[in-house]
Design a protein around this ligand. Structure first.
Ligand code: BES
Ligand code: ZN
Length: 625
């Protein structure tokens, strides 16, 4: 079914203005809202523009008690404002027409929806400027992971972090949880005394002695970029406008790993214009963080599994940094347009890596990405709809659409455009795209119009670019060429020597990066002889590798070939690491190779360490209830 995009051009009058006020003071804003099927909010009627959040973190009960005060703008005739909530207990709602007087508001909770949660509908009239919501979260709030002290690296203090993307912000703050609705925020958070609290905002660099922290985010952001973390954290500066937060025992290793951060920011700016968010810091989370990274503005959240000791997995940082333009500045209007966030970001990430480490290096990332894409296309062969860049996720969990298609097909589409028009033209185009759409939303359809107007302004170019096939068609257009990386030629040589003659000359691999090893492991046949597995492990030391990417790729082979010497490492990896990208293929390999019982036994012990984002996917895979 074709989704109907409603572009509504609406005028808002500031609700507070009385009729006799000078018309110049009547603030008008023209903003178009695309219908977002994953939010109950009706922004064309009433919307939030600023949040003042007061909250207290209760680690014993695993709840946040909060007051969310919103400044709102509404159409003259608006009778209500609708918020998204999920699992929240709403104690009280009040409305204000001015600063001094707070009146009780009439409100109700609407029909619950399994993916979307529950709408909170608050009655308003044209005088209402502010809405205050007093609430508590539930102990199983989907965005939150509360870790006990034992689950942290230092084992001294408990830990909390949020993951709001895609639609989980509503489980810890009542909000209008749609990527097209932006607001600024201030916050005051109270935590146990010895903790440091951080948000996607201006952050402290030292612990306070009261446990109370104040935050401000001056640039307007959508709710999926709201973020919070608290625990035994310390800060170390990495440059004039960058630094890293981590648990004390992880701080030195983190600072070493991310030493090139400032250079990355410079490279990014040189490509596509000034960094708009002032500071860029990293927060290294405990290993249960379900993603590799999350681009929370001013403070990227990152998995510790990228700390390999040799700076070989920092493309992830380039990726999250790139989101400061693609995603955080120019934001996908709905989750159906997710590729506008991720495809652009992968393209930008690889350009940053190319600036820092050269073309050959970036080519390896591109080839590995292409391999991921081929796997995803195979996995999705029975649902070709999900292999289009423009998705239709109505009625589904947006998480279902967040596959490598958006990332890698999106990347190859942009790479293809670069090839057609040449790099100089493409770079100017992207720079202008970020500049002229900053702090705004973008739909796929608007992007196509923009692209045709600014870059592909003649029919021959348009025909060559084949936009329809790329964006609205399934799979990869046949014209797409598979990428090559010269550094992988050596890898393939060593591989054939091993497979044909049983030779493993580790002198050849002495200087390999993680990427070369990944290519090697991925290219090995799925079935190997026990002696081959043994030789590989003895000479290359896979089972004892401290590199999460290499381990995860090795477990694919050890599981398929029932290589028992890797079982203990596999067990400890699954129990300690909660990053979904590793869990899914590893548990899947166990399941597909007659080891479902083993998978379930490990899962029973590991599950308490995982965030809900990961358990949701794994419960389904392993038939857990
Ligand atoms: N924004 C994503 C993470 C995300 C996507 C969270 C969808 C929730 C829903 C982040 O920028 C990302 O893409 N992370 C990747 C790393 C990247 C190098 C591909 C990840 O976590 O693996
Ligand atoms: Zn991303």
């Amino acid at each position: 079914m074709n989704r109907i995009i409603i572009l509504l051009f609406c005028c808002f009058t500031l609700a507070a203005c009385s009729p006799k006020e000078d018309s110049k003071e009547v603030k008008k804003s023209n903003q178009n809202y695309t219908m977002d099927t994953h939010s109950f909010a009706k922004p064309t009627e009433s919307r939030i523009v600023h949040l003042d959040w007061e909250a207290e973190l209760d680690f014993d009960k695993k709840i946040i008690s909060g007051k969310a005060s919103y400044l709102i703008e509404s159409a003259k005739a608006a009778k209500e404002i609708v918020f998204d909530t999920r699992g929240l207990t709403i104690h009280k709602v009040s409305i204000q027409a001015n600063e001094s007087e707070e009146l009780p508001a009439e409100f109700k909770l609407g029909e619950p929806n399994p993916h979307l949660g529950v709408p909170l509908i608050v009655n308003i009239n044209r005088d209402v400027k502010k809405v205050n919501i007093y609430y508590t979260t539930s102990p199983d709030a989907a965005a939150l992971q509360w870790l006990s002290a034992e689950q942290t690296a230092g084992k001294k203090q408990a830990f909390l972090f949020t993951q709001s993307q895609a639609i989980l912000a509503r489980s810890w703050v009542p909000t209008q949880d749609s990527p097209g609705i932006r607001f600024t925020y201030k916050a005051e958070v109270k935590a146990p005394k010895d903790m440091m609290v951080l948000m996607s905002a201006e952050n402290p660099q030292e612990k306070s002695n009261t446990g109370i922290y104040k935050f401000e985010m001056k640039q307007a952001i959508p709710a999926y970029l709201l973020a919070l973390s608290a625990g035994d954290l310390e800060f170390k500066s990495l440059g004039a406008r960058s630094g890293v937060y981590a648990e004390p025992s992880m701080l030195e290793a983190s600072a070493y790993e991310f030493a090139e951060l400032e250079a990355m920011i410079d490279a990014a700016e040189a490509l596509y214009g000034p960094y708009a968010w002032e500071r860029y810091d990293l927060l290294v989370l405990p290993p249960s963080f379900p993603f590799g990274g999350m681009e929370n503005p001013r403070l990227t959240f990152a998995t510790p599994t990228i700390i390999a000791g040799d700076r070989s997995l920092t493309a992830l940082v380039a990726h999250e940094l790139a989101h400061s333009w693609s995603g955080n500045l120019v934001t996908n209007a709905t989750w159906d347009d997710f590729w506008l966030n991720e495809g652009f970001t992968v393209y930008f990430e690889r350009r940053i890596m190319e600036s820092l480490y050269g073309k050959e290096y970036a080519a390896m990332l591109e080839v590995l990405g292409y391999q991921d894409l081929q796997h995803t296309l195979e996995d999705l062969s029975s649902s070709p709809e999900d292999t289009k860049l423009k998705l239709s996720l109505e009625g589904r969990d947006p998480d279902d659409g967040m596959t490598d298609i958006a990332y890698e097909k999106g990347y190859f589409f942009l790479r293809n455009l670069e090839e057609i028009v040449g790099r100089d033209k493409f770079d100017s185009f992207l720079k202008e795209y970020f500049q002229s759409n900053a702090f705004d939303v973008m739909t796929t359809e608007e992007f196509v119009v923009y692209l045709n107007e600014k870059l592909l302004n003649d029919e021959a170019l348009q025909a060559q670019a084949d936009i329809d096939a790329w964006i609205y068609g399934p799979g990869l257009p046949e014209t797409n060429q598979s990428p090559r990386a010269s550094r992988f030629e050596k890898v393939e040589e060593m591989l054939s020597a091993f497979l044909n003659e049983g030779a493993l000359d580790t002198g050849m691999s002495a200087n390999w990066s993680t990427h070369e090893w990944l290519h090697f492991l991925r290219k090995l046949p799925r079935e190997l002889q026990p002696e081959q597995m043994k030789a590989l492990d003895e000479l290359c030391g896979f089972t004892s590798s401290g590199n999460s990417e290499i381990l995860a790729a090795w477990f694919q082979l050890s599981i398929r070939n029932s290589y028992a010497p890797a079982d203990a490492a596999l067990d400890s990896f699954l129990v300690n690491v909660g990053r979904r990208k590793f869990l899914r293929p590893t548990y899947k390999a166990l399941k597909e190779n007659g080891k479902l019982e083993m998978a379930r036994e490990i899962y029973a012990r590991a599950r308490p360490n995982y965030h809900s984002v990961s358990t949701n996917s794994m419960d389904e895979l392993l038939g857990w209830n």
